[in-house]
Design a protein around this ligand. Structure first.
Ligand SMILES: [Zn+2]
Ligand SMILES: [Zn+2]
Length: 393
């Protein structure tokens, strides 16, 4: 509790807080239904400004609390620890608040702009962090530029301006930061007990942009009827990129062979005889018979049937595939416009059930629709005009 006199002479800060709270109570009791909605815009601006001013006062008082070790009497070992304990802040935001309050002592223009309410706490934290990183190279003129920018742009765009400013003032430092970021790159890939893979990683700016550009291109724009979430589409796109690399045959050989994914499966499993064993993917767990049937459908994945590699016998011959592409021009699933490069040749009657690998028995399906037809139980039928009809399970 603070009892020293403030600007209002005989006011204590506790009385000021009571006053502010009673004014907020007054605002909260106003019936907004009788106020024009348009005026809420001005209210948003006014309240945001007040929030910013409150943040400035909070930081000013935190600096005094920190330097005078006001936390010590409660047994806390630092202002940061006290903030975590009393305000339930995370360790990161408590550290940031203390560091920002300390740095503001040497950033008069920034402190003034926050106290005036014209920039936000997020802007201030970024400017303070930059000043700390640049040290002696950060001069008053740089502060002026960042404060002026903060009045115009959101913190994300301020961060971009900061990168440019840092590059002007300390290009060596920016290069060394980029090198450190590059050194943090990694990709973990692990398989869980149920066979699913978990991927977790960190890429530098260039690596991330490269992957993102490739993913964007493979994902394409969202189309009506695609019920996958953005994260599901991204997961499908990563697999699709790897798969096209394997299909393209441009990857280096491994152990004298073109790299390929092999699936071991018994003929009994492929023809879905009751009591048959599961199929097995190389590097993976057993997979359901229907997945093996899909993979074997276009022999996109090398089937090892009854122990013998069957890499060529079921492959759709080049001439048949070209005719298929000319006829179907992409995925035949109703409403899908996936181009031929994204499709598999699907046997309407599976070859394991005696269906021939001929044009009449083949259609192109994109990977997603191929999966719907095999694993998810959709049925395809040709109507009288040989148009495809898809029937949900
Ligand atoms: Zn198929
Ligand atoms: Zn499709």
């Amino acid at each position: 509790m603070c009892s020293e006199g403030g600007a209002r002479g005989d006011w204590t800060s506790r009385e000021a807080f009571e006053e502010i709270n009673s004014l907020l109570d007054h605002l909260a009791s106003e019936d907004l239904n009788s106020v024009p909605a348009e005026s809420m815009g001005d209210d948003q601006i006014a309240l945001q400004r007040i929030c910013n001013r409150v943040q400035a006062e909070g930081l000013r008082r935190l600096r005094r609390f920190d330097s005078g070790q006001g936390y010590a009497s409660s047994g806390a070992l630092s202002a940061r620890a006290w903030l975590r304990w009393q305000l339930n802040l995370t360790a990161t935001s408590a550290s940031e608040r203390v560091a920002t309050s300390r740095k503001l002592a040497a950033l008069p223009q920034t402190e003034r702009a926050l106290a005036d309410g014209v920039i936000s706490y997020r802007h201030v934290a970024l400017i303070a962090e930059t000043a700390g990183q640049l040290g002696d190279k950060f001069e008053a003129q740089a502060e002026t530029i960042l404060v002026d920018t903060s009045k115009e742009v959101d913190p994300w765009r301020l961060q971009r301006a900061i990168w440019h400013l840092k590059h002007c003032l300390d290009s060596e430092g920016v290069l060394s930061d980029a090198n450190k970021a590059h050194d943090r790159r990694y990709l973990h890939m692990s398989q869980t007990l149920d066979g699913v893979y978990r991927i977790d990683g960190w890429l530098d700016a260039e690596g991330g942009a490269t992957l993102n550009t490739a993913l964007d291109s493979v994902m394409g724009p969202w189309v009506e009827g695609d019920d996958r979430s953005a994260t599901e589409r991204r997961a499908d796109a990563v697999v699709e990129i790897a798969r096209r690399q394997l299909d393209g045959g441009q990857l280096p050989e491994v152990g004298g062979q073109k790299p390929h994914v092999a699936v071991s499966v018994d003929m009994a499993t492929l023809s879905k005889e009751p009591g048959s064993m599961a199929a097995e993917l190389e590097w993976s767990q057993p997979i359901p018979a229907e997945t093996a049937r899909r993979l074997a459908c276009d022999a996109a994945i090398t089937p090892i049937i009854d122990g013998k590699s069957d890499r060529t016998s079921r492959v759709v011959p080049g001439a048949t595939r070209r005719a298929l592409i000319a006829r179907d021009r992409g995925c035949r699933f109703p409403g899908c416009d996936c181009p031929p490069a994204w499709t598999d040749a699907h046997h309407l009657k599976h070859w394991a059930d005696g269906g021939p690998t001929t044009l009449d028995n083949l259609i192109l399906l994109c990977r997603r629709h191929h999966r719907l037809v095999h694993e998810e139980g959709w049925t395809l039928q040709l109507d009288q005009s040989r148009d495809l009809v898809a029937i949900p399970p």
